[in-house]
Structures are given as structure tokens and as C-alpha cells.
Design a protein around this ligand. Structure first.
Ligand code: HEM
Length: 474
């Protein structure tokens, strides 16, 4: 059993030697009976884990991070919003973190790239945050949404062409992971030959992998060179627009905002695409409903943002003073984590997981408060376009395994599918789009999706309505 003490998880005296460390942290908690919040704990049954922790501790749960550093995981919906909306009590400045001040966590720690202070908007408060955030927001706002959708569609068509003739594919590695990567390479203004590698480095950084720090160095090197190049030859991209923004960012600040977008946008959008695809493919009647126009893809995506937010935990700040939160005594310098997935399932706002959320966008998948994700519309647009393209081009695409056979992995921050194998009728590639050149030319429209015969179509729509109604808890 985990500790039910209302005292915060203080640093344990000793760490168990490697050989004695539990292989399943869910079954065997860390020192002091405190839950370890590493990937293995979250990958298996996150909903059950969060519910058990909520039942034992209430809305604010003591947990252990990498290195058995104590932290508070906020799992209550209202408490997450309270932390996110009160930067004076919960600062984003990682230099306030007790573990950092006492030298237990340093720049080389796998968690450092996410939690340590840096000159990007995720780690600032107040006026400085507003200055950097305005530059990011306004620069992102310069992307024409239709142009962006065309860009995603063009990359989607090319990726689908690569496997359309094979009759089967593993969609995580060949589609859901590559599409945001290719899109981001252009959006950020990265060199096409380095972009995908760089985006992958950003993914590993978010995973808190052992090589997180080395990946971070590589990212900085390439981004610095990109910023130098954009000074000489600006383009239609985030790097150039950040340089030109009236907030007058230094080159170092531009590099850090680009790095932040790289890390924040990629894995999250990949997870949204693959999680939504899984839900749609695992519920064939829902497919019928989408074909029948009864449910929009946007609604399916929103449901996934409630049920399986692409980022399940995100940094929530460092307490600036001793305070009480959700019945726990939080000390100045303690780190708080926002349990977005757990908060979305908080029984106080969702008494039944089956309760309808249709048309309700008040989930916390993009967090809230001054740091709420500024790229959420782009993330949604990429996901909808990606799924629309795939279902349109491969209308009979189906899971190649039983849904129960799919497996998951997780880091402290996110949970993701290991693979999404599918089968479909092999078909010829769509006509190729002309070579890309910014601004992006419109891609030729793919052949319209094959529609099922009318009666089948009606039956599928009826069954789909019922299935999605169940999915939506109606
Ligand atoms: C479905 C995809 C996405 C999800 C689920 C997502 C989620 C999040 C979350 C949870 C945060 C943390 C908010 C906080 O610290 O309180 C965040 C921050 C951020 N996201 Fe996203 N994001 C997505 C896509 C994107 C995209 C496409 C971009 C940019 C192109 C982007 C840019 C950012 C930036 C710059 C921040 C930091 C904002 C700040 O600290 O002020 N995100 N995102």
C-alpha cells in the first residue's frame, strides 16, 4: 500500500541498489511506500493507477520522480486549474526547486531538459512570460490555417503512397510519427535533411531517456545554425518570424522558443493522431458514423483529448511558499506536476467515465492558465487532416490485431502506443504533388473515398451512432 500520510514525500535516506529496484513500480512502490511516477508505472493501467492514488491521497498525491526525487502529482481537476492559474504561488522557475538548490538534480539529470530553468516561455512567469509568449503566439498565428492543412495533406499523401501498395502497414512508425515530424520541419524552418533527426531528438528529450541531455545539445547546435541562416535568408517559417518579432528576442531566446515548440508539438501531436486512429479503428461502427457524417472527426479527436490526453502529466511549477493544497502540506521549493489525464477523469467533474462530453472542450489536455498550449488549434488541425487523409485514401483500413493485443509504453510525461498494425486493400499511389516550395502549393486532391453502398451505409451509420453514443457516454 502507498503511504496515506498527509506529510509530503521527503527525500528518502537511501536508494535501493540497482539489482533490488522493483521491476514493476505499480506493484512495489518506492521508498517510504511512495508511488514512483516513471514510465512503467503509467504504461500499464494509468486510469486504475490514478484512481487508486486519488482514493488513497485525495486530489494531490506524493510521488517519486527519476532518482526518487519527491514531487506532488495533482490529480484533481479544480486543483490542476488552481495551480495552473496561480503563477505567484507556483512559479515556473526551476531554480526554486529544492532538489536543484541542494544540488541533487543538476543540468545532466534526464529530467533537467524539462524541469530546469531556461529562457523559454514555459519556464518564465509574469511580464517576461508575456513577452516571450506573445512572440510565439503571434508568430504561430501568422501561419495560414488552410495552407497548413494543405501542407499536412501533402505530406500525408506522400506517406500513404509509400505503403498503399503493400496492403498492410505499421501506422505509428510509418505515419503518425512521421507526419508531425515532416510538418514541424517546415513550420519551424529547419533544414529538410536535419529536421526529422532533430524532431526525433526532441522526442527522446521528452521521454527523459538517458541520452536526453546529449539530444538537447544536438538540438541547440542545429537550431543555432538555423537561426544564423534565417538572419541571412528569412523564409515563411517560425524561426524567421520569431527573429523579426517586435518583442526583440535575442538569438538565444529564439533558439529556446524553437526548441520548446519542437518538444511540445511533436510527441503530443503524434500521440493525438495515433490515439484517435486507434479509437476509430477499434470501433468499426464509429467509422460508419464518420462516413455517414453523423459524427465529425473533430468530435472524435475531442473525445480522445478527454480520455487519452497526448501529454498525461506536465510540469506545474514550484511552490513559492509553504501552503496547503488538496489537504496536503506543500513546502516552498516543492515541485508540482499537473496530472492532466487523471484530472480529466476526476469523478467530481465526470461522475461517470461514460458521461457525455460531446461539445464540451473543457478538458485539460492543453492545461490551462497563462501557459495553456498556444498551438492547440494547430495540433487539432494536424490530427484531423491526418486521419481524414488516411480514412479517405484507405477506406477499408482495419486493425491487423485484436485491440487487446496492442501494447503501450510511457515516460513520466506521456503514454503512447508501441505500434498500430493495420491491413487494407492494396491500391496504387495517388498522383504525386509537385515538388514543395514555400509558400506551399495546393496538393492535388486525392480520389474521393469509396463510399459503402447506400443501405450498408445507413446501417453502419445507425450502428455507429450507437457506438459513439456509448463512447461519449450518452
Ligand atoms: C495535440 C497536440 C498538443 C497537445 C496535447 C499539447 C499540449 C500542451 C500542454 C499540456 C502544454 C503545457 C501547458 C503548461 O505548461 O501549463 C503545452 C505547452 C505548449 N505548447 Fe502544446 N500541445 C500540442 C501541440 C502543440 C503545437 C502543435 C504547438 C506549436 C506549433 C505547441 C506549442 C506549445 C508551446 C509553445 C507551449 C508552451 C506555452 C507556455 O509555456 O506559455 N503545442 N502544450
Amino acid at each position: 500500500m502507498c503511504s496515506t500520510s498527509s506529510e509530503p514525500a521527503r527525500r528518502p535516506e537511501t536508494r535501493p541498489p540497482e539489482a533490488e529496484r522493483p521491476t514493476c513500480p505499480v506493484a512495489r512502490p518506492g521508498p517510504g511506500g511512495v508511488q514512483r511516477l516513471d514510465g512503467r508505472a503509467v504504461a500499464a493501467e494509468p486510469a486504475a493507477l490514478f484512481e487508486r492514488l486519488r482514493a488513497e491521497h485525495g486530489p494531490v498525491v506524493p510521488v517519486l520522480l527519476e532518482g526518487d526525487e519527491p514531487a506532488w502529482l495533482v490529480v484533481g481537476y479544480h486543483e490542476v486549474l488552481h495551480v495552473a492559474r496561480n503563477p505567484r504561488r507556483f512559479s515556473r522557475d526551476g531554480r526554486l526547486w529544492t532538489a536543484w538548490r541542494e544540488g541533487r538534480v543538476g543540468p545532466q539529470a534526464p529530467l533537467a531538459p524539462v524541469l530546469a530553468w531556461g529562457p523559454d516561455c514555459a519556464h518564465q512567469d509574469g511580464a517576461e512570460h508575456q513577452r516571450l509568449r506573445a512572440a510565439v503566439n503571434e508568430s504561430l498565428g501568422r501561419f495560414d490555417r488552410r495552407g497548413l492543412r494543405r501542407l499536412v495533406r501533402r505530406h500525408a499523401d506522400r506517406l500513404i503512397d509509400d505503403f498503399a501498395g503493400e496492403g498492410h502497414a505499421e501506422l505509428l512508425s510509418r505515419y503518425a510519427r512521421r507526419l508531425p515530424m515532416l510538418t514541424l520541419t517546415e513550420v519551424l524552418g529547419l533544414p529538410p535533411d536535419e529536421g526529422p533527426g532533430l524532431v526525433e531528438a526532441g522526442r527522446r528529450l521528452l521521454l527523459g531517456a538517458e541520452d536526453a541531455v546529449a539530444n538537447d545539445r544536438h538540438i541547440h547546435r542545429v537550431l543555432r545554425a538555423t537561426v544564423e541562416r534565417k538572419h541571412a535568408a528569412p523564409g515563411h517559417d517560425l524561426a524567421s518570424w520569431l527573429i523579426a518579432h517586435p518583442a526583440d528576442l535575442t538569438d538565444d531566446e529564439v533558439v529556446h522558443q524553437l526548441r520548446l515548440v519542437l518538444v511540445a508539438a511533436n510527441e503530443s501531436t503524434t500521440n493525438l493522431v495515433v490515439n484517435t486512429l486507434r479509437v476509430v479503428l477499434a470501433h468499426p461502427p464509429l467509422r460508419g458514423s464518420l462516413f455517414g457524417g453523423r459524427i465529425t472527426l473533430a468530435a472524435a479527436v475531442e473525445q480522445v483529448l478527454w480520455d487519452e490526453p497526448p501529454i498525461s502529466v506536465c510540469p506545474g511549477g514550484f511552490a513559492t511558499q509553504d501552503l496547503e493544497l488538496g489537504g496536503q502540506r506543500v513546502h516552498a521549493g516543492d515541485v508540482l506536476l499537473l496530472g492532466l489525464a487523471a484530472a480529466n477523469a476526476d469523478p467530481r467533474i465526470r461522475p461517470s467515465p461514460r458521461a457525455s462530453t460531446h461539445g464540451n472542450r473543457s478538458h485539460l489536455a492543453f492545461a490551462g492558465g497563462p501557459h495553456e498550449c498556444p498551438g492547440q488549434d494547430i495540433g487539432r488541425a494536424v490530427a484531423v487532416t491526418a486521419i481524414d487523409a488516411l480514412l479517405g485514401r484507405l477506406p477499408d483500413v482495419r486493425l491487423a490485431v485484436e485491440p487487446e493485443e496492442l501494447t503501450w509504453s510511457a515516460s513520466t510525461w506521456a503514454r503512447h502506443l508501441d505500434a498500430l498494425p493495420v491491413a487494407f486493400t492494396a491500391r496504387r499511389p495517388a498522383p504525386r504533388a509537385p515538388a514543395p516550395a514555400p509558400p506551399v502549393p495546393p496538393a492535388p486532391r486525392a480520389a474521393p473515398p469509396a463510399r459503402p453502398p447506400r443501405e450498408l451505409h445507413r446501417r453502419a451509420a445507425r450502428a455507429g451512432r450507437a457506438a459513439f453514443a456509448r463512447l461519449l457516454g450518452r
